[in-house]
Design a protein around this ligand. Structure first.
Ligand code: CUA
Length: 156
């Protein structure tokens, strides 16, 4: 085998290890996750406000349906430090679901349910924007995620 071939093969192996290491560090150290699709849509055909699914760790689940030109429900309220299992579906066309200041960037695709688990450590109001052109009022399609202990206590 030629010396150059050996160098190229060795470089490829080293690069593969570096890329694999970067994926492992992103997944474990930074919590970067790939959205997954759930083929069975029920019970995700209707929006549902967050409901608690676990105390330890504190976890909520919410179902959002995107349609022209709103998110149902338009507002999601959870306490700080809680994990949120977010299920997203679309009632008509493809919509986007981008939450400012976070790494939440999902697609709402008719016939599929998109899922992401997210954790909000800091209190605040986060804007949800549709970032996929979906018709004449696309620019008005927005919602909010409210992370607030006070708002949670108000609801109870
Ligand atoms: Cu929905 Cu743009």
């Amino acid at each position: 085998m030629d010396r150059i071939e050996k160098v190229i093969i060795a470089s490829a192996v080293v690069l593969l290890l570096v890329f694999f290491g970067a994926i492992v560090i992103a997944a474990t150290g930074y919590g970067v996750d790939v959205p997954t699709c759930v083929t069975d849509r029920k019970p995700f055909t209707e929006g549902r406000a967050p409901f608690k699914t676990s105390d330890q760790p504190l976890r909520y689940e919410a179902h959002t349906v995107a349609r022209m030109w709103n998110f149902d429900p338009p507002e999601i309220t959870i306490p700080p430090g809680a994990e949120l299992d977010l299920y997203l579906s679309a009632a008509d066309v493809v919509h986007g679901y981008f939450v400012e200041g976070t790494n939440i960037n999902l697609m709402a695709v008719p016939g599929a349910v998109t899922y992401q688990r997210v954790k909000f450590d800091r209190e605040g109001t986060y804007r949800i924007l549709c970032h996929e052109y979906c018709g004449t009022a696309h620019h008005l399609m927005a919602g909010t995620i409210v992370v607030s202990q006070a708002a949670m206590e108000e609801q109870q």
